[in-house]
Design a protein around this ligand. Structure first.
Ligand code: 13P
Length: 252
């Protein structure tokens, strides 16, 4: 099955209104001919509305970086799936390692967020990946499988049809150390085969993105791997031209 490459900018807690206006101007000016990849920008919550307006005339999609699993309620500081939907989001990042590590999100919490996103027709971008010690201990696949199983157990296999999974080795995030294409392909292949063992059609339709120090300079070799269907980009997505070059790296 042919999968359209998906390249997502995770701006994390970066950006201000003026910066964003300039970024989108640069992005639209430079993008010229439409590429073959689907492109999505995930700004901080507070800029979603403004970014939606800025992206009005473009094909670029909108995503959020997190959500709460309840529809509404007394959850100070939180944002729900229907709110994101109303703001025009199509995607939402779920279970980013920074949320797991810095904000204590458990596998079960991530699974609940995944389910809430699906309920409101948002596509969850499920982040999985091992840390340095886990890789050194040779348990990368076990860790990734555990993270997938949490979602499988609470949501079932069907949710993986058309899903987006981002393999983000924690040791590669923001470090400038990128997984080698072979390392990325090994885990991406593992993820696809694991899902295929439960549902071949879901496995062939889902997109598995790589994240962790993706740059314009290393995207081409990653994009050549058969199970790398796109990228989830942090730092390098903050520079419009660099991010565009990364998107172009997935044009076949
Ligand atoms: P960097 O691209 O800055 O390594 O971040 C990756 C990431 O965490 C994207 O979600």
């Amino acid at each position: 099955m042919k999968r359209i490459p998906l390249v997502i900018a995770n701006w994390k807690m970066h950006g201000q209104i003026e910066w964003m206006q300039h970024y989108i101007h640069e992005f639209v000016k430079a993008s010229g001919t439409p590429g073959q990849s689907e492109i999505v920008l995930c700004p901080p919550f507070v800029y979603l509305q403004q970014l939606k307006v800025l992206l009005r005339e473009t094909e670029v999609g909108l995503g959020a970086q997190n959500l709460h699993d309840s529809e509404q309620g007394a959850f100070t500081g939180e944002v729900s799936a229907p709110m994101l939907k109303e703001l025009g989001c199509s995607y939402v990042v779920v279970g980013h390692s920074e949320r797991r590590r810095l904000f204590g999100e458990t596998d079960a919490a991530v699974a609940a967020k995944f389910a809430a996103a699906r309920l409101y027709s948002l596509v969850p971008i499920l982040c999985v990946g091992e840390n340095e010690a886990e890789r050194a201990a040779g348990i990368t696949e076990r860790v990734v499988q555990r993270q997938l199983d949490a979602v499988l157990q609470s949501c079932g296999i069907d949710v993986f049809a058309g899903a987006v999974i981002a393999y983000e080795p924690v040791w590669a995030i923001g470090t400038g150390v990128t997984a080698t294409p072979a390392q990325a392909q090994a885990v991406h292949g593992f993820i696809r085969n694991y899902i295929a063992s439960l549902s071949p059609s879901s496995a062939s339709s889902m997109r598995v993105l790589y994240g962790g120090s993706v740059r314009a300079s290393n995207v081409a070799e990653l994009a050549q791997e058969p199970d790398v269907d796109g990228a989830l980009v942090g730092g390098a997505s903050l520079v419009a031209k660099e991010f565009l070059a990364i998107c172009a790296g997935f044009n076949k």
